[in-house]
Design a protein around this ligand. Structure first.
Ligand code: AGP
Length: 327
């Protein structure tokens, strides 16, 4: 028995199973304390990379829909080049599990410098959501909002991604009573969907291309699932918004293609099957904010099993590092 892995065969699996507890902890955050952050803020810009960028895309949905705050999302590596106009009441929220990602640090440093030059450092704070309070990122921001989910050992982000989503849900004003049941729902998913995900993984690894598609919150979830499958199981995969299929992606459909449809409409599934591609459907029930996380947890397991079936090291995928400290 490996104590550090607490009986799990990998850090990734251990971290996946830590998620119900993390969800419950963040769901219980004091609403009154969370409320204050919006004061004086007219818009938000989220800056992140990789999985944290996917989390930011979901953050955009909830901040716009629930908190009614105009929100923009930036891939960190594109931010400086884009040179977006500075607006006085816009909060910058950098999201980085490690707090060491070079692209994120560079974007935040640049933002801080231009704000200082234009004397608006105070009016528009730069805040970081990170799992490492002591990280380099902390030196460049006005405030840290820590995830407090413990060290994430596996290269693939799992618990830190879910923690970020939960924090963004809270910031968007979603109430404790709405979020708390998600903890036991995810626990249930982990217990009941594992066999189905293993069986799905047996099929997934046979296809040269696996496409994920979904709408709303399930679009960034499709992107995250695709990244997970690519990084841990080294499979060619892509993701797009379900409605985009007809705008070009149909050309990819053949007997060689597997499409994983996340809560898609029947007609979309029929269109895919009619072109000879295989379809797997994942239709979990509930509110979209819950479904997004439950679907993702299933797909984390899918990637885990796909990697295992291929005999790969799920914790240390080839060519990848936990924090990307180079440009
Ligand atoms: C996720 O599984 C990847 N390991 C990677 O995309 C990661 O999310 C990205 O490098 C950003 O890392 P950060 O959150 O530590 O900044």
């Amino acid at each position: 028995l490996n104590i550090q892995k607490q009986g799990y065969d990998s850090y990734m699996l251990k971290e996946v199973f830590e998620q119900p507890k993390i969800i419950a902890n963040i769901a219980r955050w004091d609403e009154a304390k969370v409320k204050g952050w919006k004061k004086g803020i007219k818009s938000v810009q989220l800056i992140a990379a990789g999985s944290s960028w996917h989390a930011a895309l979901i953050g955009q949905y909830v901040l716009e829909k629930k908190a009614r705050l105009t929100t923009r999302v930036w891939v960190a590596s594109e931010y400086v080049k884009a040179n977006p106009p500075l607006s006085a009441c816009s909060l910058t929220l950098a999201i980085s599990q490690s707090g060491e990602t070079a692209d994120v640090l560079n974007a935040v440093k640049w933002e801080r410098k231009r704000r200082k030059e234009q004397n608006c450092l105070y009016q528009c704070p730069i805040i970081a959501i990170t799992n490492r309070k002591e990280s380099t990122l902390a030196q460049y921001v006005n405030e840290i909002w820590p995830m407090n989910v413990g060290v994430e050992m596996a290269v693939a982000a799992t618990k830190s991604f879910v923690a970020t989503l939960m924090m963004l849900y809270k910031l968007a004003g979603i109430k404790t009573e709405e979020l708390l049941p998600l903890a036991s729902e995810v626990e249930h998913v982990l217990r009941t969907e594992s066999t189905r995900m293993r069986e799905m993984a047996e099929q997934v690894i046979k296809f040269p291309l696996c496409i994920f598609m979904g709408r709303g919150l399930l679009w960034p979830i499709a992107m995250e699932a695709s990244l997970k499958l690519t990084e841990v199981a080294n499979l060619a995969s892509l993701a797009y918004a379900a409605g985009e299929m007809k705008h070009g992606y149909l050309a990819l459909l053949s007997q060689e293609t597997l499409v994983i449809c996340l809560s898609c409409a029947d007609h979309q599934v029929e269109e895919i099957e009619a072109r000879g591609a295989s379809v797997m459907r994942l239709d979990l029930e509930g509110e979209q904010i819950h479904v997004a996380i439950k679907t993702l947890v299933c797909l984390q397991m899918l990637s885990y099993y796909a990697a295992k079936l291929k005999g790969l090291d799920v914790d240390r995928p080839r060519h990848l590092a936990k924090s990307v400290t180079v440009f």
